[in-house]
Write a protein that binds this ligand. Structure first.
Ligand code: FAD
Length: 513
C-alpha cells in the first residue's frame, strides 16, 4: 500500500499516507482499530498481497491490548471448564509465538503455587492434575519441552528461592508450571504493526473512523481535524470493546480486569510468578508477575462492567481489596494499599451471551458480518491474535471475492525475531534493550542521533534515550503520551512518568519531523 515499503512509522510518512489516501480508490482492506487484533489483521492482509490500511482513533495499543496480564498462555483455564477447542487453539498459538514468530519478546515464566497449610489435599491434587493436563496440551500443540518445561513439584527451599517473599510457616513446597510471558503487550502490538508496514500496510494512528460501513468509512485525522471518506473493498471492525459503537448490530458484555503495580523488592525480587488460588474457586488464581523495570504486576479480577466505555477504565476499591487480601494469604510480610505504585484496568471485549458470571462467558472469538457488509471481530485474546486475524481476513476474502494468497503468518517472523532477515547479533547490548527489541536492538542504537543514547531517560528507569528517539522516528509515536504510555510503559507509575516527561518532550521537539 505504501510507495516505500519499510517498517518505519513516523509523523512525516503518516501525513504523506493520509494525503495519498484521500484520493485513492484501490484499497482492498480497511482495518478499524490498532490493538493486537487490528494490527494482526493488517499483517495478515498485507502479507496475502492485499492493499491494506489500518486506522486507530488514538494510538496503537491504546485500548485493552496494553492492559493485559502480558501472558501468552496455553488456555489451562479453558481446559478446566471443558472448553477444549479454545484451550487447544491457545496452546497452538502460544507455540507459534514462542518458537517462530516472536520468541524474542516472550520467555518461559515459572508459575509457583506455594503449598501452604490452607491448601487442602484435594485442592492440591486438582492443581497438580490441571498442570499435568497443561503439559499434555503443550505436547499436543508440539511445543518443545526446551521452550516450556514440564510441570513439577519442588521442595520448600526451591519455592522460597523462586519467590523469596512467600509465607514460610508450614510451607510444604510448591507446584511449578510454565507458560509464556511477554516483555510487554503494547510492544508486541507495535512490533506487529511495524512488520505489517514492512509488508506494505499503511498504519495510521490518531485517525478516527466514523460512519463505518462494509465498503467505506469517514476518516478524521485527530491531530488536524481534516476529514475524508475512504472506500475499501472490505472493512473490518477490530475496535475491541468499542465494537458496538462502530457496528450497532453487535452486543458486547465487557468485563473489567485489574492489576496493581508494586516494586519487586517487596516480594523479595522473585524470579517466579507467585500463583495463589482464589479462595472458594477451583480454577481461578491470582498472579504476582515479575515484570520489566523491577516491578510486580498483581492481577487479576473479572468484573461485569456495563455502561459507557471509558478511554481508561479505573480499578474499583473492591478489586484492590480482593487482590491484596488474596495475595496476602501467601506472603510472609503482607502488602498494603500504601505499597501500590500504580494500578491498571482493561475491559475484555466479550460477546454478550446472556446471564452468568463474566468469568464464564466464552473467550472464543467470533467473526460476524453485519447487514451493511461490515465485518466485525470480537472476543478472543492476545495469545490468539494471529488465528483471529486469519479468520477475519478469510471471511473478508470469501464475502468480498478478494484476490488473495493463503495466510502466511504462522511462519512469518516479526521484526526482531531471530529468523527475521534484518535481525543482527546483540552481543554487548543492555539486556533490557534486547528484551524489548530482540535482533532489532542494534537498529535502535544505530538510528540514534540524541546525545548519550545509552543513558536512561530518567533516574531509576531502564529505558534508554535511544529507545525514546526510536519510538518517535520509527514507531509512530506522535506525542509524549504515546511514548510514555504505549511505546514504553514508564507511565504505569506516575512518579516515573513525571520524572521522564521533560526529557521525552525535549527529544520529541528535537527529532519530530
Ligand atoms: C485485564 C485483562 C487481562 C488480559 N490478559 C491477557 C493475557 O494475559 N493474555 C491474553 O492472551 N489475553 C489477555 N487478555 C485479553 C486481551 O488483552 C484482549 O482480548 C485483546 O487485547 C483485545 O485486543 P483488541 O485489539 O481486540 O482490542 P483493543 O486493544 O481494545 O483495540 C481496539 C482499538 O480500537 C480503537 N478504536 C476504537 N474505536 C475506533 C474508531 N471509531 N476508529 C478507529 N479506532 C478505534 C481503539 O483506540 C483501540 O486501540 C486480557 C484482557 C484483560 C481485560
Amino acid at each position: 500500500m505504501t510507495s516505500d515499503q519499510s517498517a518505519k512509522l513516523d509523523a512525516r510518512l503518516r501525513r504523506r499516507h493520509l494525503e495519498e489516501l484521500s484520493d485513492r480508490s484501490d484499497v482492498d482492506v480497511l482495518v478499524v482499530g490498532g490493538g493486537v487484533t487490528g494490527v494482526g489483521i493488517a499483517l495478515d492482509a498485507a502479507t496475502r498481497g492485499l492493499r491494506t490500511v489500518l486506522v486507530d482513533a488514538h494510538d496503537l495499543a491504546f485500548g485493552t491490548s496494553r492492559w493485559s496480564s502480558k501472558l501468552v498462555h496455553g488456555g489451562l483455564r479453558y481446559l478446566a471448564s471443558g472448553r477444549l477447542g479454545v484451550a487447544h487453539e491457545s496452546a497452538v498459538e502460544r507455540g507459534i509465538l514462542m518458537t517462530r514468530t516472536a520468541p524474542h519478546l516472550i520467555h518461559a515464566m515459572t508459575q509457583v503455587v506455594p503449598l501452604m497449610p490452607s491448601i487442602t489435599l484435594s485442592h492440591r491434587l486438582l492443581v497438580r492434575t490441571g498442570f499435568i493436563a497443561g503439559d499434555t496440551l503443550r505436547a499436543v500443540a508440539r511445543t518443545p519441552g526446551s521452550v516450556l518445561p514440564r510441570s513439577r513439584k519442588v521442595n520448600a527451599a526451591r519455592t522460597i528461592e523462586l519467590v523469596p517473599g512467600v509465607r514460610t510457616d508450614g510451607l510444604k513446597g510448591g507446584l511449578l508450571a510454565f507458560d509464556g510471558q511477554l516483555v510487554d503487550d503494547a510492544r508486541l502490538v507495535v512490533t506487529i504493526a511495524r512488520t505489517a508496514a514492512e509488508h506494505g500496510a499503511s498504519i495510521l494512528n490518531h485517525v478516527r473512523a466514523d460512519e463505518v460501513t462494509g465498503s467505506s468509512a469517514r476518516l478524521t485525522d485527530t491531530t488536524t481535524g481534516e476529514t475524508f471518506t475512504l472506500a475499501a473493498k472490505a472493512v473490518i471492525n477490530a475496535t475491541g470493546v468499542w465494537a458496538a459503537e462502530v457496528d450497532s448490530s453487535i452486543k458486547l458484555r465487557p468485563s473489567r480486569g485489574t492489576h496493581l503495580v508494586f516494586d519487586a523488592e517487596l516480594f523479595g525480587n522473585p524470579t517466579g510468578a507467585l500463583t495463589v488460588p482464589v479462595p472458594g474457586s477451583i480454577s481461578r488464581f491470582i498472579f504476582a508477575l515479575p515484570q520489566q523495570q523491577g516491578r510486580i504486576y498483581l492481577g487479576l479480577t473479572d468484573e461485569d462492567a456495563p455502561g459507557p466505555i471509558p478511554d481508561e477504565p479505573q480499578a474499583a476499591d473492591s478489586e484492590i481489596d480482593f487482590l491484596l487480601d488474596t495475595v496476602n494469604t501467601a506472603l510472609q510480610v503482607p502488602v498494603t494499599r500504601n505499597d501500590i505504585r500504580g494500578t491498571y484496568s482493561g475491559l475484555r471485549p466479550l460477546l454478550d451471551s446472556g446471564g452468568g458470571e463474566t468469568s464464564d462467558v466464552s473467550r472464543k472469538h467470533a467473526v460476524l458480518e453485519s447487514p451493511n457488509g461490515l465485518i466485525t471481530i470480537v472476543g478472543g485474546k492476545l495469545t490468539t491474535y494471529r488465528r483471529m486475524a486469519q479468520d477475519a481476513v478469510d471471511k473478508a476474502v470469501e464475502v468480498r471475492g478478494l484476490q488473495a494468497s493463503e495466510c502466511k503468518t504462522h511462519n512469518l517472523p516479526l521484526i526482531g525475531a531471530p529468523a527475521h532477515a534484518a535481525s543482527t547479533a546483540t552481543d554487548g547490548l543492555p539486556d533490557s534493550l534486547v528484551a524489548r527489541y530482540g535482533g532489532a536492538a542494534r537498529t535502535v542504537l544505530d538510528a540514534a542521533t540524541v546525545a548519550m543514547p545509552l543513558e536512561p531517560i530518567a533516574d531509576g528507569v531502564d529505558v534508554t534515550r535511544a529507545e525514546i528517539e526510536f519510538a518517535i522516528t520509527n514507531e509512530g509515536a506522535v506525542d509524549a503520551s504515546d511514548v510514555l504510555d504505549r511505546r514504553t510503559r514508564i507511565g504505569l507509575v506516575a512518579g516515573d512518568a513525571d520524572r521522564a516527561r521533560p526529557a521525552v518532550q525535549e527529544i520529541l521537539d528535537a527529532v519530530s519531523t
